[in-house]
Design a protein around this ligand. Structure first.
Ligand code: C2E
Ligand code: MG
Ligand code: MG
Length: 716
């Protein structure tokens, strides 16, 4: 065979009639076909497997294996799937034609064969089969490429939201093409819950703007934790330029995401401790600064340097040094997570505490949304405590402490650099003070914290040393000036600190919980004093005792009060509890119940500093109140200040309407008193009559007034 002949198309003819082969040879060879002949089905199938023809002609009627069986067996062979097969039927009857197609024939031709027409038909069939073959090859290449790139293509009609997915998308989404109903809703079910909205919005945006877009999301397919895909959307327009569908690609980018995360981790996290590194910390700091500026909040930067780390490194080696750094990081992170301060921060979604390692043995801690600068000192003290818990590393005895510098935004700096620098300077000063010290950048803060620590340590003995006192300030009838009651105000005569007014220790006691014991003492002392005056026949005065909200929330508050009343066997009618608006605003069922209990017990309830808080009519109606105490700030400038005049008048009218008793606080002059009397204020309290006095002095004041009254009535 000449070489050029190999490229000529090869026709396999399977027919039991030898004349057909003769005619074929005559006509087809001339027309440029090569021929190979078989006289029955078995022979035809065997030849097909060895010579790979371009087209096959099969006679339907043959002895042995008939044409239909031969055709369907060829179709099942590896090369037989797409080969063009032409069935040759004796007569043109519909049943045989149908059977031919069922057996897998491409077409049929009727005997007697018109060889001239057949030639053209064969040429056309071979050409079409070649194109089909090429298409299949390129499809298989495409699907291989998609598989390698983990990328598939999709299409969606916007008429019915039905999807067409390539095999690779089915693989990425782990779905079976036969059972998956390819609809947009079914696709959405496979998207991670947290990303569903993002995907819906992306599709809506694409449809609205008719512009391509690309976005990432996670899948929810059970078998893997986080499978990320990147989806592209493009538009399909019809000839009239109307949008008919969307198309695009979906690529599995999970590996890329993992790599990105690794790269980010390397760039932003410290290798030894896994804490944020300097670059990351500066980002966090910048964000904290922006937030604090916007919300006008405080935050603190703590700069910590381990004491004696170099010596540890030198004597135990770098490996132990690294382990120590890890332990320090773990202790601080864990401690902050557990501490009260941390839980207070976690109440606010913007608050957070971040710990970072800047390098070497330097760590930084960022305290966002600080309530007060002093809290930073509490955190620093806690850190020192947690570091003290480290006693051994890798069986080496180690004692570790740190020097901590604290800078507060905004007072210690207005930008990241300045805050970090000042925290560093403060740390340097702490270092000079010795091991394990903390220092604020601002000296005033250091003094404040020292004073606070001193007060706190002395508080422990205040009760046992009997250092608390109640001072009494008269409450007088506004019109007559006659004393009707007293407010009991706490003082602390500390052996170490001297005389302290309430503002110097009550807010602190409220923070550290001492107020519970102090408050209980005040109630007991007022009852004891009342009992004593009763025994001495002094007459009857109400005594107002101030309550703090934490005290009020304590579980056994009511039984405790009852126990004190029982202890002194006093009639509870003399006792007034002054409540702050904060207590009332808590407005929980617990508060409502407790107030009614106190009322049932016979204790009077008064709202202190009325007007400065969130005074609301609703609580005045809801709670069983007896008295409103108008805050000093409104009384101070009456009758000159018209705004204050209006407010005080309104409060008095409101109280009269609700049948509440009124006391004006901080009355210092006659004009104020006159105004209050003219506007039906019941009682007043203030320096015009007397300051808060120690008990003996108060008793004299009271007695003197009673004596005066007696002599007046006796006409002396
Ligand atoms: P408060 O209950 O509003 O007490 C009135 C405050 O106003 C007292 O201050 C009193 O000395 C002052 N004051 C009275 N009249 C005048 C006046 O004419 N002019 C001026 N400028 N001031 C006047 P103090 O005794 O320093 O008490 C301050 C606050 O400390 C009290 O305000 C109260 O909230 C709290 N406090 C005092 N004792 C206790 C206590 O036993 N328990 C609790 N939880 N808080 C207490
Ligand atoms: Mg008060
Ligand atoms: Mg008050």
């Amino acid at each position: 065979m000449k070489n050029s002949e190999v490229t000529l198309p090869l026709v396999l003819i399977i027919d039991d009639d030898p004349t057909v082969h003769l005619w074929a040879k005559r006509h087809l060879s001339i027309a440029g076909f090569r021929l190979v002949s078989a006289l029955n089905g078995e022979e035809g199938i065997a030849i097909f497997q060895t010579c790979c023809p371009d087209v096959v002609l099969i006679d339907v009627e043959m002895p042995g294996k008939d044409g239909f069986t031969t055709c369907s067996e060829i179709r099942r062979l590896p090369n037989g799937k797409n080969i063009p097969i032409l069935m040759v039927t004796g007569t043109e009857d519909a049943e045989r034609v149908a059977l031919s197609f069922e057996a897998g024939a491409t077409d049929f031709v009727v005997k007697p064969i018109n060889w001239k027409v057949l030639m053209h038909r064969l040429e056309y069939m071979i050409k079409a089969s070649g194109i089909l073959h090429q298409l299949e090859q390129s499809q298989s290449r495409l699907s291989k490429a998609q598989k390698m790139a983990k990328l598939g293509n999709w299409e969606m009609s916007i008429a019915d939201y039905k999807l067409h997915w390539s095999d690779e998308i089915y693989a990425i989404f782990e779905q079976n093409p036969d059972s998956f109903s390819a609809h947009f809703n079914a696709f959405l079910d496979l998207v991670h819950d947290n990303d569903k909205l993002l995907v819906i919005e992306a599709f809506e945006k694409a449809l609205r703007n008719k512009t391509p877009l690309t976005f990432d999301y996670r899948l929810n397919i059970g078998s893997v934790d986080d499978r990320y895909v990147e989806q592209q959307i493009e538009m399909i327009f019809n000839a009239q330029n109307q949008l008919t569908g969307l198309t695009g690609t979906i690529q599995d980018i999970s590996e890329r995401k993992v790599h990105e995360q690794q790269v980010r981790h390397l760039a932003y996290y410290d290798e030894i401790t896994s804490l944020p590194n300097r670059a990351c910390f500066l980002n966090l700091l910048a964000k904290a600064l922006e937030l604090a500026k916007r919300n006008q909040r405080l935050f603190a930067v703590l700069f910590m340097d381990l004491d004696g780390f170099k010596a540890i490194n030198d004597s135990f080696g770098h490996q132990v040094g690294d382990l120590l750094l890890q332990e320090v990081a773990a202790k601080i992170s864990e401690g902050l997570r557990r501490s009260d301060i941390a839980s207070r921060y976690s109440l606010d979604q913007h608050s957070s505490i971040d710990v970072a390692r800047l390098g070497g043995d330097e760590f930084t801690i960022l305290l966002n949304e600080l309530t007060q600068p002093e809290d930073a000192a509490i955190v620093a003290a806690n850190i020192q405590k947690w570091l003290g818990e480290i006693t051994a590393i890798d069986e080496n005895q180690i004692v570790i402490a740190a020097s901590i510098g604290i800078a507060i935004y905004p007072q210690d700096g207005n930008d990241c650099e300045e805050l970090l620098k000042n925290a560093d300077i403060a740390m340097y000063h702490a270092k000079k003070a010795g091991k394990g010290h903390s220092q604020f950048f601002h000296e005033d803060m250091n003094l404040k914290v020292k004073k606070r620590q001193k007060i706190e340590s002395c508080m422990q003995q205040a009760l046992s040393n009997n250092e608390l006192r109640l001072y009494y300030q008269p409450v007088v009838n506004a019109a007559t000036g006659m004393i009707i009651g007293a407010e009991a105000l706490m003082r602390w005569e500390s052996a170490q600190l001297g005389f302290l007014p309430p503002m110097d220790f009550i807010p602190l006691a409220e923070e550290n919980g001492f107020i519970i014991k102090f408050g209980e003492w005040a109630i007991r002392e007022a009852c004891r004093q009342h009992k004593q005056w009763q025994k001495q026949g002094m007459g009857y005065l109400t005594i107002a005792v101030n309550l703090s909200s934490s005290q009020f929330n304590q579980a056994n508050f009511i039984p405790m009060v009852q126990a004190i009343l029982d202890e002194y066997a006093v009639d509870p009618g003399f006792l007034v509890f002054e409540l702050t608006e904060t207590i009332l605003m808590a407005d929980t069922q617990k508060v409502v119940d407790a107030l009614w209990k106190l009322k049932e017990m016979g204790i009077k309830l008064s709202v202190d500093d009325f007007g400065v808080g969130y005074s609301s009519l609703s609580y005045l109606k809801k709670f069983p109140l007896d008295t409103l105490k108008i805050d000093r700030s409104f009384v101070k400038d009456i009758p000159g200040n018209l705004d204050d005049v209006a407010i005080v008048k309104a409060i008095l009218m409101l109280a009269n309407t609700l049948s509440l008793h009124t006391v004006a606080e901080g009355v210092e002059n006659e004009q104020q008193r006159e105004f209050l009397v003219n506007n039906n204020c019941d009682a007043i309290q203030g320096f015009l009559f007397a300051k808060p006095m120690p008990v003996d002095e108060f008793k004299h004041y009271w007695q003197a007034q009673a004596d005066n009254k007696r002599s007046e009535t006796c006409g002396i």
